[in-house]
Design a protein around this ligand. Structure first.
Ligand code: PCA
Length: 207
């Protein structure tokens, strides 16, 4: 199966982004049963989804797994939904855009559910001893916007590709000097491996 994996560049006050580091790691890693392509995306509202949409059109993946960091999350968060709002008055994106209550797509639905098996993936991580939860809000920043734009395109075009978003906590070095919860990058890598293995197994069971 073909999987598109994406991470984001650093943004705001962060000088690194674990999701970007995960994408760099995925590029060099082999995953049994999966052809995984990893890319970095910009933290810019207007263009965050462009590269992913281009690759969906040209490469035709079976699954798209977007990854991003969310400071304050304690566990791997598998996102259930994306909402049709961009709201970040205090956190301009990397192009200086700081929208307030802006629709992503004025003609689109209020919300769109992720199409990866959110519950199964979460339970599989938990069974593998990795802290994970289903999340019912991906926020109103770039991550939510990316998921919304990608799901909207897939639904619009009636494509069979599944898409979802996974938020990861900051790494311990990023949390030092604060009370932010953190998760080591090695544990995050194990989560990626486990998520991909679960998707491969689900596909084999379908065949
Ligand atoms: N996290 C941000 C954008 C990029 C990232 O890694 C978010 O949660 O929207």
């Amino acid at each position: 199966m073909k999987i598109l994996f994406t991470g984001f560049e650093p943004f705001g006050k962060m000088d690194k982004n674990p999701s970007w580091e995960l994408a760099e790691w995925v590029k060099q890693e082999k995953f049994p049963g999966a052809d995984v392509r990893a890319e970095g995306l910009p933290v810019i509202f207007q263009t965050c989804a462009h590269k992913a949409l281009d690759i969906i059109k040209s490469w035709n993946p079976d699954v798209v797994l977007h990854f991003g960091v969310a400071a304050g999350r304690q566990t791997i968060n598998i996102e259930q939904t994306a909402v049709n709002i961009e709201h970040a008055p205090d956190t301009p994106d990397n192009a200086g855009d700081a929208p307030a209550d802006r629709y992503i797509d004025s003609g689109g639905p209020d919300g769109i559910f992720a199409t990866i098996p959110v519950r199964n993936l979460t339970e599989n991580l938990q069974e593998a001893g990795i802290p994970a939860e289903v999340s019912y809000s991906a926020g109103t920043y770039i991550c939510n916007s990316t998921l919304y734009r990608v799901l909207r395109f897939i639904n619009d075009q009636e494509l069979s590709v599944k898409a979802g978003f996974i938020h990861v906590p900051v790494t311990p070095d990023m949390a030092s000097g604060s009370s932010l919860p953190s998760m080591d990058l090695e544990v995050q890598k194990r989560a990626v491996t486990q998520l991909i293995a679960t998707l491969v197994k689900e596909e084999e069971n379908r065949d």
